[in-house]
Design a protein around this ligand. Sequence first.
Ligand SMILES: C[S@@+](CC[C@H](N)C(=O)[O-])C[C@H]1O[C@@H](n2cnc3c(N)ncnc32)[C@H](O)[C@@H]1O
Length: 217
Amino acid sequence: MPAAAPTPEIMAAFEGAKGFMPTHEGLALYAAAVEAGGLGLPLLEVGTYCGRSAVLLADAARRAGVTALTVDHHRGSEEQQPGWEYHDPETVDPELGVMDTLPTFRRTLNRAGLEEHVVALVGRSPQVASVWGSPLGLVFIDGGHTDEHAGADYEGWARHVADGGLLVIHDVFPDPADEFTGQAPYRVYLRALASGAFTEDSVTDSLRVLRRTGTGI
Ligand SMILES: C[S@@+](CC[C@H](N)C(=O)[O-])C[C@H]1O[C@@H](n2cnc3c(N)ncnc32)[C@H](O)[C@@H]1O
């Protein structure tokens, strides 16, 4: 069966959104999300930014009749701060002088007609995870790229992936020459495989899709 693909309208919304998800990896994420939606459980993303990948998760959730959840404090990762390579001055709140990607995210979702399929969880990922208690069909880790943040995302959220559900990790670079924001996501990926709880399902460049085939994390 061919992988599920978004409509041209959803592709246009995705490609028009600010963010860090290349199209071919986005299509792999979308196919995984549609499949995981079949479990009838929410799909959760860590790392909303301006909603680029969230458009795909939201549309996959809509198709499956489930809800997409997306977690971010909206203050940006280390490499997105002023003076760093991935900084976008348009994401700075002019009154506070700090990054705030929430308004852009809300515009992205509104323009895509997907607001009602998404719940935005605004806060620090470990803090949100600490009050979360129910199973998820898919967890997509695309938050902070330090060992501290990526490791905490894994520990906080991977435990909630339901049996047969998917754990998707972005920016997995086995070769240090290829990485651009560090190899922490690669180390999380290795840890997930070594746990015996997850088995690799697909590889699309730096996007890895793992399936829960065992218990624990
Ligand atoms: C690489 S961007 C996400 C890109 C997005 N998925 C896309 O498709 O464009 C990472 C995001 O993670 C957020 N972030 C980093 N560390 C976080 C943490 N500990 N808790 C919540 N959000 C965090 C940042 O604010 C940033 O918006």
